[in-house]
Ligand binder design. Structure first.
Ligand code: AKG
Ligand code: FE2
Length: 356
């Protein structure tokens, strides 16, 4: 499907935050939140856990004698699952606790305070939900989305000003995530036998890396099978680094048309390939399709940092990964995010439009 054939649709935002609806019982749920996907009615307790090995960032480093095996695990996880959990990443438990804490404080603010930072219909930053087209259902979540890199492009009107620890915590957290991102991009390059700076160069270019923080809140719902926290999607990013809730499960990933639960492993980060890295790797790495299901009694939160190249930088499969056996599978593209935003309120995936 070509980009130009996306049917014109009027994007809409849900009129109310999900947090405000979360005490409503099943029969009173507004119709726009009730999904009829067959998978929402699945018995989630019967779904298996994702079982790819946890990757250890220390072992990916050149000084480790285990580096070759760890790189092999990384490559195999990313080409089959498109994601993995990372341990020994160097972010302290105390920093992980603090970022979760400021997230809870934000969502705990009175509605009128949060709404001072509301997003608009046409750009993702700010407090609110995702846009959908008028014939689509809403998701059962609220988000606060903030651009965190480049630092001089932060839009502070979206940042809560009354939470004393919010800015410094997010600042420190994103610096640390950026450090991990660079190490991971180098390891991924090595795992594909490329120069170790290949993906750093592709992602950063001259402009540096762009990073969006997404604070996600999934309130409980008395009829969790009728709602969806996040619909099945892949991310528009090159890589997304996610801190899951440390008590409430909900994230699921798809592999070979089957859903798997992502287990909670304390102090790990969940890392997934996004569409732009699938394109750069000429399809060797898979952009993970994932979704979030809702708990009946407990609220769930997560913090996702989506990392991607400067919007105007042209990206495409890197030349070393194109040959006779593996011809170029994707077109080159500038501003993939805008293509993604055109597709995201529809049932189609933007990356399909990139295939040659
Ligand atoms: O909340 C989660 O576990 C996943 C969040 C996610 O997929 C996203 O923000 O794109
Ligand atoms: Fe996602």
């Amino acid at each position: 499907m070509a980009a130009s054939s996306v049917s014109p649709m009027k994007p809409e935002l849900p009129p109310k935050p999900t947090q405000e609806l979360s005490k409503i019982t099943g029969d009173q749920l507004p119709d726009r939140y009730i999904h009829q996907f067959p998978e929402t009615a699945a018995d989630h307790s019967a779904i298996k856990y994702m079982d790819n090995p946890i990757i250890d960032l220390n072992l990916l480093s050149a000084v480790s004698t285990h580096q070759p095996e760890e790189l092999q695990k990384l490559r195999s996880s990313l080409s089959s699952w498109g994601c993995f959990q990372l341990r020994n990443h160097g972010l302290t438990s105390s920093l992980l606790h603090q970022i979760r804490q400021v997230e809870k404080e934000f969502f705990g603010l009175p509605l009128e305070v949060k709404q001072k930072h509301s997003r608009t219909l046409h750009w993702v930053e700010g407090y609110g939900n995702d846009t959908v087209s008028e014939d689509q259902k809403y998701c059962w979540n609220d988000r606060l989305v903030l651009k965190v890199y480049p630092v001089d492009q932060r839009n502070f009107k979206f940042w809560p000003e009354d939470l004393p620890k919010f800015r410094e915590t997010l600042d420190e957290y994103t610096k640390e995530v950026r450090r991990v991102l660079e190490m991971i991009l180098k390891a991924i390059s090595k795992s594909l036998n490329l120069d170790e700076n290949s993906f750093v160069r592709e992602c950063e270019g001259d402009e540096g890396i762009y990073m969006l923080a997404r604070f996600n809140l999934y309130p409980p719902c008395s009829t969790p099978d009728h709602v969806v926290g996040l619909k099945p999607h892949s991310d528009a990013s090159a890589v997304t680094i996610l801190l899951q809730d440390n008590e409430v499960e909900g994230l699921q990933v798809q592999k070979d048309n089957q859903w798997f639960k992502v287990p909670i492993v304390p102090d790990t980060l969940f890392i997934n390939v996004g569409d732009q890295l699938e394109i750069m790797s000429n399809g060797i790495l898979k952009s993970a399709v994932h979704k979030v299901v809702i708990d009946k009694e407990r609220e769930r939160t997560s913090v996702a940092i989506a990392c991607f190249p400067y919007i105007e930088k042209e990206i495409g499969p890197i030349s070393e990964l194109i040959d006779k056996e593996r011809p170029q599978l994707y077109k080159k593209v500038k501003n993939y995010i805008s293509l993604y935003l055109q597709y995201s309120p529809t049932a189609e995936r933007a990356i399909t439009a990139m295939k040659l």
